[in-house]
Design a protein around this ligand. Sequence first.
Ligand code: PLP
Length: 233
Amino acid sequence: MRCMDAQQIQHKLATVLQRVRLAEQKYQRISDTCELLAVSKTRPPEDLRAAYAAGQRAFGENYLQDALDKIEALADLDIEWHFIGPIQSNKTRPIAAHFHWVHSIDRIKIARRLSEQRSPELPPLNICLQVNVSGEASKSGLAPEALPELVNEIAGLPGLTLRGLMAIPAPSAEFNAQRQPFAQLRELLTACQLEAPAMTTLSMGMSADLEAAIAEGATLVRVGTDIFGPRNG
Ligand SMILES: *Cc1c(COP(=O)(O)O)cnc(C)c1O
């Protein structure tokens, strides 16, 4: 029951990119400082090809097997693959082998395994720590109080480069309410930067709240529905 064709995807992608640029302008951000991650979980490879043909290079996936199938099917393309879903500790090896970024690290055990399993022939895996900011819908993410210790421990892992923080706040329809958890994540990043100045990524904002995230300094928004259409549809 799929009804999105390549042109529709390309049109929607252009519309989302325009929203990102307009929000950058509106909130006095330097243009082009917020990157768009196209969240392609559950979508078939053709949908990613359509977005790629329009210039999109960074894709986000949540489900490991679904992702590995697409990584294989799209091996002819120069895609930057981001893993953004929950990670089971017995599934870290293929993530370390096939992805460029992981946004959903919330415990040291996973970080250690990814570092050990990352081939020294590859550049270090870029990672973000997922924080459970107030009102976060999912139960994943570490408590803000636990951040300093994890930042410290990860700094010593050779297979990883700590790039920043990620959050998935509870959905809210009201703009100022949407901004609040994003502001909290920005403040947490500022605090982390005292110890780890290379942490500059704020991975926050999705289809429904990307403007609020950009208003609070998002450097990467993760958008699925507004590019590829509703899931299970
Ligand atoms: C699915 C998902 C998104 C995209 O959400 P949309 O509402 O479809 O834009 C972003 N981030 C994560 C972690 C997701 O799982």
